[in-house]
Design a protein around this ligand. Sequence first.
Ligand SMILES: [Zn+2]
Length: 411
Amino acid sequence: MTLEPTRTIAELEELRRLTGDENGAQRVAWTRTWEQAREFLRARLDGTGAREQVDEAGNQWFTLRGASDRELVIGGHMDSVPNGGWLDGCLNCLAGAEVVRRLAGEGEPPVTVRLVSWADEEGARFGRSLFGSSAAAGTMADQDELRKLVDRDGIGLPDALAEHGVSLDGALAARSQLANAAAYLELHIEQGPVLESLDLPLGVVLGTFGVERSRVTWRGQAAHAGSTPMDRRRDALAGAAKLALHIREIAAEVGGGAVCTSGGVVCRPGIVTSVVETAEQLLDQRHLDADDLARMLALAQEAAARFAREESIEVEWERIWSIEPILFDETLIELADESVREVAGTSHRLPSGPLHDAAEVSRSGVPTVMLFVQSLRGLSHTKLEDTRREHLALSVEALDRLATKTIAWLS
Ligand SMILES: [Zn+2]
């Protein structure tokens, strides 16, 4: 059986008709529509000989037994956000199904090949993303918080899970699913503007950004806006303003895709007739390299201390949240690069801003790589999400080539 990328596109369009409405995709996890989407995936693998199993966390697996127990895993997610796009997550699964169909037609593969549709990647209903993949990766450590989560209608997460045969306490047993995984591949729409701006259909993802989030509190002195001469002011906002602009220089100096955002500043007393006494600034810094990320933070802190001296104010830093960069496997990145060059002529390597199921799998120690296909206007999580048909076809081909190369690598 030969690969038929046009069939994948036709299936994506059929899935859109089945599980979407005039506002977009409605495949929210732990709902009837999501089950319908999973039923759709099941039917696509009918007759391939791939055995279906739903694990303790609700992940849906299709296993094509090979000559060896070592496993190549291809993953995606059938769930969407409410009013979502037609490609996010399900392109991965349906392209993976196409690859499994092609492989099944050629007899027993040298290694076992599995397709997984991860449960609740989006976390749209309960606010907890990467549910199924974190359970399988063994990184789910928030069972007590998960127990308390409720949706907008007051339904608790454990009850919603139970309706789909999943027990929150049992979910961690999904860990055993990755025991024989030797490589993990995931194709995804980019959900950003980089590939479109380079006029390239496909890219290879190097990993997911590390993130440092800080609250920077500046303290000066409230003083009358009319009676306080300019050279006598201790203006907290002046420090925040200097830093908000200086982070551009830091990003340029560190380079390598560094991004910094001053996402908010709250001023007190916050009235037109007073110099600002306190300014609470939120800072988000991201980089793919852990040392560069640490340097970005140190540079911002140094600059902030200088601005505080210049403005005769005080500054204090507090870390709100952070996560290490997650780097994908070097061999698989090379194989992905080759695959993209073969089908599209040119490849481009880029980091991922958003987290993906692939990040959880990679964290658990399974060699992992992702392919991105161009998103039109960089839009996602909206019904406007789209990708050119010819680019979708290329992405299915690239995933297929990558699977072939990976199987050869594992054999
Ligand atoms: Zn997704």
